[in-house]
Design a protein. Sequence first.
Length: 399
Amino acid sequence: MVVRRSGRERLYPHEVAPRPQQLLTPGPTAVPPEVLSALARPVLHHRSPDFAEVFALALERLRAVFRTESEVLVFTASGTGAFESAIVNLLSPGDRVLAVSQGEFGERWQAMARAHGCEVVPLAYAWGEAPRPDDLRAALDESGARTVFLVHSETSTGVVCDLEPLLAVCADAGAVSVVDAVSSLGAVPLETDAWGADVVVTGSQKALMTPPGLAFAAVSEPAWERTRSATLPRFYWDWQRQRKGQEKLSTPFTPATSTVVALTEALGLVLADGLEAAFARHRALGRACRAGIKAMGLELYSPDDDSAAVLTGALTPDGIDAVALRLALRDRHGITIAGGHGDLVPRLFRIGHIGHVSVEQIAGALSAIEVELAAAGADVAQGNAAPAALEAFGTVAPA
């Protein structure tokens, strides 16, 4: 029997989305009203002069946010797609890759390189640690690898590594660096050219305050030189094909034109206040969130310093299920936060504070966490977290 529908049913059943959600995750992030309005403009044809004009402005603003004079390639994809584009354009089957991992996403890039037939030499740290330049130097000397994968902001743990000295080690060894900046670009300082990063990849849905759907790769001249000898098969991800299209203010395949329009609006908002102001705001929000977590007596999982500007990770008290806590926040308070990965799923919850987020939203989420922890039987004092967060936010001076 065929069930016919009128087309007027609710898109989301009540059980799935009982109320509008405040999005406090490390991605996707909340989008400013101006960016949402840009999405509602008439759809542009991707071969039209109108789109070319918007695309030119988007590329100009992307270079400013990446802080690079190099080409920034734009793909309709997730950040993972941009990272795969780096693998297939830089490497050949059997190539040796040194992959630094300190969490879920570093391990993902290792698996991706192996899937493409590369030999992966892991430099693995315990989740929550930060990579060290001396370790990287020794691993490069021992392995002879000519390509290095680095994760700038590891969103599974909240650790933002000190990237500049790691890139210096890569440069000294003559190795091409590929940086996962999916949650870091626009949130914390990243100087693509000044620090000597060869490839930096990111996505639209994090600190760039745009809906998911676009991915970017800033590519240096040494990286372009490497593509000439790489032999992994590529078609959609072909950087040369993409570069030729962008030279004509177009793309080789149909892009997400409306999302490009929204991105251009979002980048304009970021650059209007200046990147340094964005970095200072994210640091302040991180400090506020950590202060509130500690005021509840919870244990921080992410670092307790201003490097943790992307997200704050915390552990629930013994016996309190983090998954149940997140569901209660969603269903009873209209607040979506992120969970943990792997063995940390039962205990870890993560609050994102990049993108279009206010300290009042952070304070409200912390108050809701207090309520739900108490309801679950945790010994958590009520009313401490929000005042602590607001006080900490006010003490942060701009950079």
